[in-house]
Design a protein around this ligand. Sequence first.
Ligand code: GDP
Length: 298
Amino acid sequence: RSGWLDRLKTGLRKTGSSITTVFTGAQIDDALYEDLETALLMADAGVQATEFLLADLKRRVKDTRATDATQVKALLQDAIADMLAPLEKPLTVGVYHPTVIMVAGVNGAGKTTSIGKLTKHLADAGATVLLAAADTFRAAAREQLAVWADRNQVEIVSQQGADPSAVSFDAVAAGRARDLDVVLVDTAGRLPTQKHLMEELTKIRRVVTKADITAPHEVLLVIDGNTGQNALAQVKAFDDSVQLTGLIVTKLDGTAKGGVLCAIAREKPVPVYFVGVGERLEDLQTFRAREFAQALVG
Ligand code: GDP
């Protein structure tokens, strides 16, 4: 468990050290708050979240009568942890049979890898899982998903060149017929600006509901933790099209700045179910606001 936290800390080290630097002086003055503002903006926290955090921090400093920078740093961790706490939410399966989880994202965000990890996570918890390869266009995408299915010993519905919504419909129908616990629908990577592809995604969602009136139960967006403020734009755009229920934030082990989660918490709060901290199957971890805040502030 500590292993992944270390990777998160290492990943966010740049942000952490630039925020920590702010607190190396002894004074609590305007210069400190200005430096902190810069550090938060540099960490991709965005203007709104940064302003909120600064005001919140000043209030906490006043309330606690903090007198040295180390105390202020701890108060900042508290402020960020409190800001991110509403994003903490466990992914629940088992209420519906199957629980239908659609997964979307831009190319390269780590969607397929995250589905592989999520499949393992669910299978380890004893759930029966069926994968739906709704990226019917790219052969490589189907093959990659098949590899994950194989590794996790779960079945996959895949048909080259078929309509993505037809594959999704079939998978949900099969999941119902077999009384499976989870159907995971892997959709093709797309940019929010690609109107026809966003419409395709909306259609998949609609057709999934035709296969099961209660579905989809989860619509997840995978975002790359290195994307910065653009990740917030992705969350907004995908939510407009398919009503997101949760996020998976990947690559937080790399050189991510991490602050974008503050921007999301403030401007478009969508729960973060998992964070990705590496390329291995076990590198998908439950998001914990306090641990994240501690890693972020360094
Ligand atoms: P997709 O296009 O969104 O399906 O992206 P992929 O799942 O193919 O992932 C793109 C690249 O990111 C691959 O090289 C993955 O191994 C890598 N990747 C995905 N998640 C993580 C993560 O949490 N940490 C790191 N370091 N790499 C990741």
